[in-house]
Design a protein around this ligand. Structure first.
Ligand SMILES: [Fe+2]
Ligand SMILES: [Fe+2]
Length: 435
């Protein structure tokens, strides 16, 4: 283990310790094999030095990052994996800065998945998805978001604990104890939050703040200290509504895959928010978690319309949100945003959900841009699925506003993936990978 100045690092070196930004935010995990993108990120953050392993062989070779050949996959299997990923990318521009990075990382991940579980899971997932398609409906008229929400009694009003937490968030005079109290009344919510706060993401933050390895966070009062009162209340807001959607089994989507996609988007949004400073990281996390809830409602309440929209999307190789607009008269993002507005969610959170596929409104582009990119990363990487088989196109203005480079993205994706696994296990204790 040796400390090296960032200017002396070269691709192939391996981090021997987690890297934190000067502000104490988690940047890269221990074990990262540095590539050109990571080096750019470390330089951009103005870090003086990092600790790398003393593995001379790894440090000497710029190609020591395990690639497909090193992992021993036959060439024809590599091509089959690339074909699966190409199908998912559809018309997505893989020549652009973000697309090229995401395509490479997505192929790497499919290879890792295949090596861990054999070739069947990749094909089985496709087969399961296809056999769940609803029958096509006949002539369908457009609906309204209000009609869909009115017919689902669970959604007419938010859960009680949510209202208490929202009161705390809306009251600038609320205290740390108010935040803990609002959550304490719901033991299952409190347990989920404590598991989340005990994940290594917050452990790292705590270590950066206190300079030592943190003790387990075993009380809400301590959780408030680690995460911050408003941030914990924001996380609680998102987590408090999850059971509502777990209790509405939609007819045509695999719920485990749906939540894996949502948690993946949340993890990605949190990392993008922390790296770009565009929005509070916890707000981005919750917006990512809830960004596609409109689709659960639509699958449940308008199954025939969604069946038509899915068939149309597949036949025309287009993203599902575009055919939703044609068949339903609005897309799942507008429906989710409508629900969050009715429930008086914080406005920025509602807008991040409502506009994640619609960045033409210049007033709202900054914050939704975080979810827009996070959704694309989660879809590109094959983290779960929300019924959408094709990646939506990346909005050029959103990418420009976030100010990330392809190298930044390459450095962030392993962080997001680690966070996805941790969060899935904290929400769903019986969750076993991948990831
Ligand atoms: Fe979406
Ligand atoms: Fe999504």
């Amino acid at each position: 283990m040796v400390e090296r100045a960032v200017s002396e690092l070269s691709p192939g070196m391996v981090l021997a310790a987690d890297v934190l930004t000067p502000g104490g935010r988690f940047l890269m995990p221990k074990g990262t094999v540095l590539d050109a993108g990571h080096l750019k990120s470390l330089t951009a953050w103005n870090l003086a030095a990092v600790v790398v392993t003393g593995d001379a062989a790894a440090a000497a070779s710029p190609t020591s990052r395990p690639g497909p050949e090193a992992e021993g996959l036959p060439a024809e299997d590599r091509e089959a994996v690339a074909a699966v990923v190409r199908e998912r990318f559809g018309a997505f521009d893989t020549a652009g800065e973000a697309g090229a990075v995401l395509f490479r990382l997505a192929v790497d991940r499919e290879i890792r998945k295949r090596q861990a579980a054999g070739p069947e899971p990749v094909q089985a997932a496709v087969a399961e998805d296809r056999c769940r398609r609803p029958a096509e409906a006949g002539a369908l008229g457009p609906l309204t978001p209000d009609v869909l929400l009115r017919d689902e009694p669970k959604l007419v009003s938010p859960p009680e604990v949510y209202l208490r937490i929202n009161d705390v968030l809306r009251d600038p005079a609320s205290t740390v104890e108010d935040a803990a109290d609002s959550i304490r009344h719901d033991p299952s919510l409190a347990a989920k939050l404590l598991r989340l706060v005990n994940s290594s993401y917050y452990s790292r933050t705590m270590r950066a703040v206190s300079g030592r390895f943190p003790a387990k966070v075993d009380s809400l009062s301590r959780a408030v200290v680690v995460v911050g009162a408003r941030q914990l209340a924001t996380l609680a807001l998102g987590v408090s509504v999850l059971p509502l959607f777990q209790d509405i089994p939609p007819n045509w989507v695999n719920m485990r895959l749906f939540w894996e996609h949502s948690v993946g988007c949340a993890a990605a949004a949190q990392a993008i928010a922390a790296a770009t400073g565009r929005v509070n990281a916890e707000t981005a996390f919750v917006a990512g978690l809830l960004h596609d809830i409109g689709r659960i409602i639509a699958f449940k309440q308008a199954a025939a319309h969604m069946g038509t929209a899915m068939r149309q999307a597949e036949a025309e190789s287009r993203p599902l949100y575009l055919t939703e607009r044609e068949v339903l008269g609005f897309d799942h993002a507008a429906l989710g945003g409508h629900l969050l507005q009715k429930w008086q969610f914080p406005t920025n959170l509602e807008k991040m959900v409502r506009y994640h596929h619609d960045l033409e409104e210049p007033l709202f582009i900054d914050e939704p841009a975080v979810i827009h990119l996070a959704d694309i990363v989660a879809t590109a990487m094959g983290w779960g699925g929300s019924g959408n088989r094709r990646m939506p196109a990346l909005d050029a203005d959103a990418w420009a506003i976030l100010g990330l480079t392809g190298g930044d993205l390459a450095g962030l994706v392993p962080v997001m993936e680690a966070r996805l696994g941790e969060t899935m296990r904290s929400f769903f204790p019986d969750h076993q990978g991948p990831p």
